[in-house]
Write a protein that binds this ligand. Structure first.
Ligand code: UT7
Length: 335
């Protein structure tokens, strides 16, 4: 599913970004104490060295709000001026209302429309596409999109194939109508393949498999993954998705200042860089510090890249993600 600029009434830019990481650091050495693993294996197979773990009373909406306020500050826009809030999360505070509604309350966006989307690690770029479309057609003026996850809540800390991978955090961006001389989101793309739901999921917690003591004891309310299969699909889909937005925005690989990929595994990122013919120094990686934070990962990475000067006005940036569903998405932006 894709769109081009010609369908849009207004161009849409990223006016500000923000992120938030919980204070508590969990290193690979910490994991060695609770599960049969070691730093050498984790670093060589994933690139991850540490991850952040949210406090017991710190929820996805709290992290989302902190990231969102930073994005608002950078954009020079107040909470009251935001008329659309989309939170991408698979770890909502409550089933209902949406985590976005708690964020709305916490940032004082009294007149906004607020809702969540569930597309796992792809959620932030799904949100970007939806918000872009709704600003481009004149429905909204200023949107706050956020990826926020407390994945530590759904981890089986005895499963060494998953517990080493994930972390908590939030990333946000303010999207608004762009003036002609400003940068804009050039192309977006997204897709899903529901034939592959079995590869990565949390079975319990919904109607099909309610939270009961038995289900919890059977580890049905924690994340399960067939890592090798996910790996293969991730490389193929992210490559295809990135290529589509690069082509649709009229870019060549050498025009791209930075690729900001989903931060799941350094070997996946290296494989994609190779297939896209983009040199490693133009690929943004921060997974060594935060692990895989699902919908928050690319949002946090984009904010860090921006705030550390890796992205400047006029630069072309490509983001590409992949997650449970399976889902995938990409966006090309002129900053
Ligand atoms: O955001 C959603 C997207 N998710 C992903 O992108 C995840 C994609 N998959 C991956 O990143 C990788 O498949 C993993 C990092 C999960 C696993 O890496 P792998 O190279 O595919 O390892 P493997 O599953 O083939 O396991 C190799 C060996 C096995 O031992 P044997 O059977 O060869 O004796 C595992 O039991 O490594 C063992 N192993 C571990 N050893 C130490 C698995 N996990 C660990 C561990 N520490 N944490």
């Amino acid at each position: 599913m894709s769109e081009s600029l010609s369908q849009s009434q207004y161009q849409v830019c990223i006016a500000g970004t923000g992120s938030y990481l919980p204070e508590r650091v969990m290193t690979n050495a910490d994991l060695e104490k609770i599960v049969d693993t070691n730093d050498e294996w984790i670093v060589s197979r994933t690139g991850i060295r540490e991850r952040r773990i949210a406090a017991p009373d710190e929820f996805s909406s709290h992290m989302a709000t902190k990231a969102g306020l930073k994005a608002l500050e950078q954009a020079g826009i107040s909470g009251e001026e935001i008329d659309l809030i989309i939170v991408a999360t698979i770890t909502p505070d409550t089933f209902t209302p949406a985590t976005a509604c708690y964020v709305q309350q916490q940032i004082g966006a009294v007149g906004a429309v607020a809702f969540d989307i569930s597309a796992a690690c792809s959620g932030y770029l799904y949100a970007m596409k939806i918000a872009k479309r709704m600003i481009a057609d004149g429905t909204f003026k200023n949107a706050l999109i956020i990826g926020s996850e407390k994945l530590s809540h759904f981890i089986n800390w005895q499963d060494r194939t998953t517990c080493i991978l994930f972390g908590d955090g939030a990333g946000a961006a303010v999207l608004r109508r762009a003036a002609p001389e400003e940068g804009s989101i050039l192309a977006t793309e997204m897709g899903s393949d529901g034939r592959l739901t079995h590869l990565l999921n949390v079975k319990g917690g919904g109607i099909a498999c309610p939270i009961t003591k038995e289900n919890a004891d059977d580890n049905l309310v924690t994340l399960a993954m067939l890592g090798k299969e996910v790996f293969k699909h991730a490389v193929t889909r992210m490559k295809e998705s990135a290529e589509k937005v690069i082509e649709r925005s009229g870019l060549k690989p050498e025009d791209i200042k930075l690729v900001v990929p989903h931060q799941a595994n350094l070997r996946i990122i290296d494989a994609i860089a190779d297939r896209l013919s983009v040199p490693n120094e133009r690929i943004f990686v921060n997974l060594e510090k935060y692990g895989n934070t699902s919908a928050a990962a690319v949002a946090i990475a984009l904010d860090e890249a921006h705030r550390t000067g890796r992205i400047e006005r006029g630069d072309h940036v490509v983001m590409v993600v992949f997650g449970a569903g399976l889902t995938w998405a990409a966006a090309a932006v002129r900053w």
